[in-house]
Design a protein around this ligand. Structure first.
Ligand SMILES: Cc1cc2nc3c(=O)[nH]c(=O)nc-3n(C[C@H](O)[C@H](O)[C@H](O)COP(=O)(O)OP(=O)(O)OC[C@H]3O[C@@H](n4cnc5c(N)ncnc54)[C@H](O)[C@@H]3O)c2cc1C
Length: 388
């Protein structure tokens, strides 16, 4: 047994690639009513809201749905319940344990957080939509035409849910380290644990944090740096080593930490492509779902003839922008915390342990993208798409 009470390590089988390759990759040249690029949290949430419109919805991704896990897959449990995705749940936590070099605090949360299985969640969410799916790599866009490695696809309604690269944005993309991005890397060793843990320790990462999220039969151990120039591979491996877990099954990515325009050149940007991941905590799943539902509802209304496409785009842009203050506050906290002297930080974390403060702080945090949004009413039935 390891120090965390984990069973001995047995290597897991390598995942097999499901994506069509070589001769199986046929041409894909077509028109559709809605083209959703990206079949992860944001893209699938948009698709869910278009069910019942009768629209020809095409979803594309370079990988099969659920093939490539993009995160530690932690989310407020109520989001899984509200979206009827409970079957993907792996483990639930009522507390958050934060370690610093000078203290450890155990915060009792006013709501629970859960880890889930990525493949199962994607599959359940996809089942709630009505769309055609194709694997294709998106290379760019000219007007209403999206260029992929299998051909060109045209649609009046286009969604970029492709993640931080914002592939369908106009003009050249800003790349890290100049872009407002953090970086995160984690390993997924087999094992077990009971606590959701965070480490704020400058000897591990100068600005950022480490985490350990147990998820059934594996633990997701990682390190995120708010400074994109700081490499997190060594710290991740060190943290895994300290937790007596093998550094296996790596997955990492850039993580946006600033809101970007949610609409550009008539395209809906949702999730990481719009910078919808929350600064400081790097929680981007529930926000990708939340803004995905919002974008999908506006499209639904446009397809139902309740508003024009420009109106739907304008309303979605305004909805996203209305969250700017919350995102700015989170970004301020992200910039401030690494500058607080470690002993002072430890004292502050201890002072914040009061039940009243935690209810207030975590209540406000959940409000940024509250699960009650799921049960808000979608649009009506489809008639004709109007570009007036
Ligand atoms: C290590 C790490 C751990 C994290 N842990 C958490 C966590 O526990 N909880 C949380 O809330 N957030 C977490 N995040 C953040 C979270 O993963 C993202 O904010 C979230 O995945 C955003 O969802 P999305 O649908 O916008 O984009 P993504 O999940 O990145 O999905 C983008 C999709 O687009 C596809 N794609 C990309 N480029 C192309 C292309 N050119 N052509 C075709 N398809 C393409 C990809 O295959 C993918 O399916 C973590 C991030 C990292 C890096």
């Amino acid at each position: 047994m390891s120090a965390l009470g984990r069973p001995p390590y047995h290597p897991l089988p390598m995942p097999t690639r499901a994506t069509k390759r070589g001769d199986q990759r046929t041409r894909l040249e077509r028109d559709c009513d809605v083209l959703i690029c990206g079949a992860s949290f944001a893209g699938l949430a948009v698709a869910r809201e278009l069910a019942g419109t009768g629209a020809d919805v095409l979803v594309i991704d370079r990988y099969e749905i659920g093939e490539r896990q993009t995160s530690a897959c932690g989310i407020p449990t109520a989001w899984l319940e509200q979206l009827d995705l409970h079957a993907a749940l792996q483990q639930t936590f009522g507390e958050l344990v934060i370690h610093t070099p000078y203290t450890t605090v155990d915060y009792r949360l006013p709501w629970t957080f859960s880890t889930f299985d990525y493949r199962t969640l994607c599959s359940l969410l996809a089942d709630q939509g009505a769309f055609t799916f194709e694997t294709a790599k998106v290379n760019g866009r000219a007007g209403r035409t999206v260029r992929t490695d299998r051909g060109e696809i045209r649609a009046p309604l286009i969604v970029d849910a492709l993640g931080w690269r914002r592939v369908l944005g106009a003009g050249p993309n800003i790349q890290p380290p100049d872009a407002l991005l953090s970086r995160g890397l984690e390993v997924h060793p087999p094992g077990a644990g009971t606590d959701m843990e965070i480490w704020i320790d400058r000897s591990c990462v100068p600005a950022g944090y480490g985490w350990s999220f147990p998820a059934g039969e594996e633990v997701r151990i990682g390190v995120g740096s708010f400074d994109p120039r700081f490499h997190v591979r060594d710290p991740t491996e060190r943290l895994a080593g300290e937790l007596d877990a093998p550094a296996v099954r790596y997955q990492g990515n850039w993580i946006p930490h600033a809101l970007r325009e949610a609409v550009e050149d008539g395209v809906f940007f949702v999730g990481d492509s719009a910078g919808h991941c929350l600064p400081l905590t790097a929680e981007g799943i529930r926000t990708a779902l939340y803004f995905g539902l919002a974008a999908g509802r506006e499209m639904h209304a446009a397809l139902a003839g309740q508003r024009t496409v420009p109106e739907a785009l304008g309303r979605y842009r305004a909805f996203s922008a209305s969250h700017a203050t919350a995102f700015r506050w989170m970004l301020r906290a992200q910039r401030l915390i690494p500058r607080v002297a470690p002993r002072l930080l430890a004292g502050s974390l201890r002072a914040m342990q009061s039940r009243r403060f935690l209810d207030w702080a975590f209540g406000h945090y959940l409000e940024i993208a509250h699960p009650r949004f799921v049960s808000a009413q979608p649009g009506g039935q489809r008639t004709q798409v109007s570009f007036a």
